[in-house]
Design a protein around this ligand. Structure first.
Ligand code: NAP
Length: 348
């Protein structure tokens, strides 16, 4: 199939508008359905002027009609707030089952088992049947199961940056001698586009501070993504920049592994199209991954503290959301994973 008809639910949001940009540039995907809450309808470029060059390719934004999505699209990305998104994704998947419609949900609603979701998200989970239908979509870990999935739960942005920092350790993750500490910082688009007082420029500028300490819902997702072999301590912090996530991970690895760490990361990252291990001594920058699906990684053994330091940088809207969703779509349709994703970073 070379011309797959794509629906995007939530194209006026941050993740959705990045999906529009990526899908419009993808050689095998065409935009056929855009839908939102009904608050913003009509030409998408009237709401988002940066998309004006794509005006001829954009269907008008309509109030969401699940049946229409299921009947007119081959692939639907759902990028609505958690609590709403998974339900819509599940409804479209059910409605389009006979046609084999594929669905990728960008929210946290389909990523966790019922009890874990309810504890960390503080709301009822979707029915077990819906949760069981979705495959977790971190390609570097789940490539084989994504290939034949019909519903994919796209990973969270922090969860992606943290998991990718330590996944190259593989079975060594079972040997850590204490919790893995993730010190993680994100740009403000991670919080979505709906206005909130703490996201106003006056509140945000010239400040950095931790939030949801001990409570962040990506904590159990990271533990599951790295195999639940290690306990995770996650500290999330808000950066006064629009996009980008930087993670500094501290891993209590047995010291006898230190001389082999860089080679281990090299052999893992060499096989991965979007993981870039930086030369020893070089550090990742969020600006160097902005607008891409890449994850830049640096590793350093600290002999004084006997901890492994791992640094990872992603674009929360790229590898943390829309880019990874397109990578998952490429896998689901059997195309090269890099299709439509060979993007040069923005830097400025
Ligand atoms: N932002 C990130 O960095 C990021 C990263 C990874 C995952 N995610 C996940 O992706 C999802 C979207 O995040 P976001 O940051 O893009 O959020 P956002 O900027 O707040 O956008 C939300 C979108 O949902 C639409 N919407 C809201 N309620 C709706 C409803 N009842 N029916 C139909 N459409 C509705 C809005 O459309 P209207 O304009 O019509 O109201 C808007 O297009 C979330 O689940 C989030 O957790 C986000």
């Amino acid at each position: 199939m070379t011309n797959v008809r794509v629906g995007i639910v939530g194209p006026t949001g941050y993740a959705g508008m990045e999906l529009v940009r990526l899908v419009a540039g993808h050689p095998r995907l065409s935009l056929s359905y855009l839908a939102g809450s009904g608050a913003r309808t009509g030409p998408l470029d009237a709401h988002l002027p940066h998309l004006r060059p794509l005006a001829d390719l954009l269907p008008p934004v309509e109030p969401l009609d699940v049946r229409k999505a299921a009947e007119t699209c081959d692939l639907v990305f759902v990028a609505l707030p958690s609590g709403e998104s998974g339900r819509v994704a599940w409804d479209i998947a059910q409605s389009g089952k006979a046609r084999g419609v594929k669905v990728i949900d960008l929210s946290g609603d389909l990523r966790l088992p019922k009890d874990v979701y309810e504890t960390w998200y503080g709301r009822p989970a979707l029915p077990e049947e819906a949760l069981a239908s979705a495959r977790y979509g971190l390609p570097e870990r789940d490539r084989a199961s994504i290939r034949d999935a019909h519903v994919v739960a796209n990973p969270g942005c922090y969860a992606t940056a943290c998991a990718l920092a330590v996944l190259p350790l593989g079975e060594w993750l079972s040997d850590v001698t204490g919790p893995i500490i993730f010190d993680a910082k994100s740009g403000v688009t991670g919080a979505g586009r709906a206005p909130k007082p703490h996201l106003h420029l006056g509140e945000l500028a010239n400040d950095v501070y931790p939030y949801r300490v001990g409570l962040h819902q990506h904590t159990p997702e990271i533990e599951r993504a790295i195999g639940e072999r290690a306990r995770v301590l996650l500290t999330t912090q808000l950066l006064p920049v629009p996009r980008g996530i930087l993670v500094c991970a501290y891993v209590p690895l047995p010291p006898d592994r230190a001389p082999m760490v860089y080679d281990r990361y090299t052999s893992f990252c060499e096989r991965e199209p979007f993981l870039r291990l930086l030369p020893e001594g070089e550090m990742p920058h969020i600006k160097a991954v902005n607008g891409t699906n890449e994850c830049h990684i640096a590793v350093r053994w600290d002999e004084r503290s006997r901890l492994l330091q791992v640094f990872s940088a992603i674009d929360n809207l790229g590898k943390g959301a829309a880019g990874q969703a397109v990578q998952n779509a490429n896998l689901m349709f059997g195309w090269p994973e890099t299709e439509g994703l060979e993007l040069v970073p923005l830097w400025m």
